[in-house]
Design a protein around this ligand. Structure first.
Ligand SMILES: Cc1cc2nc3c(=O)[nH]c(=O)nc-3n(C[C@H](O)[C@H](O)[C@H](O)COP(=O)(O)O)c2cc1C
Length: 217
């Protein structure tokens, strides 16, 4: 198979996951082309979350109600960020596309722009992969990112296939790793195990990567 792995990564974690997937696919005999989406201008980290704040007052409702989630995914404001010209602006020559993004509450802004600029997605099988700081919480981490991402893929005529979600145990906010520490605590409370276990280096993370590769190619 001829495979395109295309991803955005601001701080290197999604890039590392893309490299792991590329090496796994090459070992399985596939031809792999890898492309990092580049932003035209990097945004200040304190500016990035501002457009995401409207969810905060509704977060409890979002977490509790699946019908509210469906509504929210339909109406929420998804920011975009300008990207540099693509090395592979038309993906019609590939048998499979792997699309990677960090979770920025929802889809990362440069990946949204990629979805608008790329051509040839119609009829294409697209598997998605992502990194985020926290443990793989079904609603807050997985659904909040993959549901809107797959909806956009479908609207472009692509067929979303498997999903891979791998925590990075890294968060840019706030001053003394407060967000990372919160997610570490949630991992212990919710899953009864260390967040490290779910990362690329952890046992559960490695198993998840293997499952994704077996399912996808
Ligand atoms: C604007 C913004 C929003 C984020 N939202 C989340 C989030 O909702 N959940 C989470 O676990 N991590 C969140 N993160 C952390 C990143 O998803 C995480 O650090 C990711 O692994 C970074 O990937 P990268 O190194 O490829 O850029 C957010 C980071 C940014 C910059």
């Amino acid at each position: 198979m001829r495979v395109l792995i295309v991803y955005y990564s601001r701080s290197g974690h999604t890039a590392r996951l893309a490299e792991v997937l590329a090496s796994e696919m090459s070992q399985r005999g596939h031809e792999v082309v890898i492309e990092a989406i580049q932003v035209e201008r990097s945004w200040n980290k304190w500016f990035l979350p501002i457009p995401l704040l409207p969810l905060l007052p509704f977060l409890p409702l979002y977490l509790l109600s699946s019908s509210f989630r469906r509504f929210w995914h339909w109406v929420y404001f998804q920011p975009e960020q300008a990207i540099s010209p693509l090395a592979n602006p038309d993906v019609s020559g590939f048998d499979l596309v792997l699309l990677g993004t960090p979770k920025w509450l929802y889809i990362s802004y440069p990946v949204v722009r990629w979805l608008k600029e790329v051509r040839g997605l119609a009829g294409k099988r697209v598997a998605t992969f992502a990194t985020f700081c926290g443990p793989p919480l079904k609603v807050f981490e997985i659904e909040m990112l993959f549901e809107p991402l797959e909806a956009r893929l479908k609207s472009l005529g692509a067929t979303p296939s498997s999903r891979l979600a791998v925590p990075s145990d890294f968060h840019e906010y706030f001053f003394r790793n407060e967000m990372r520490n919160l997610f570490r605590w949630i991992s212990l409370r919710h899953f009864g195990c260390l967040l490290e276990n779910f990362t690329m280096e952890g046992q559960a993370g490695k198993a998840e990567i293997k499952r994704f590769c077996d399912e996808t190619f």
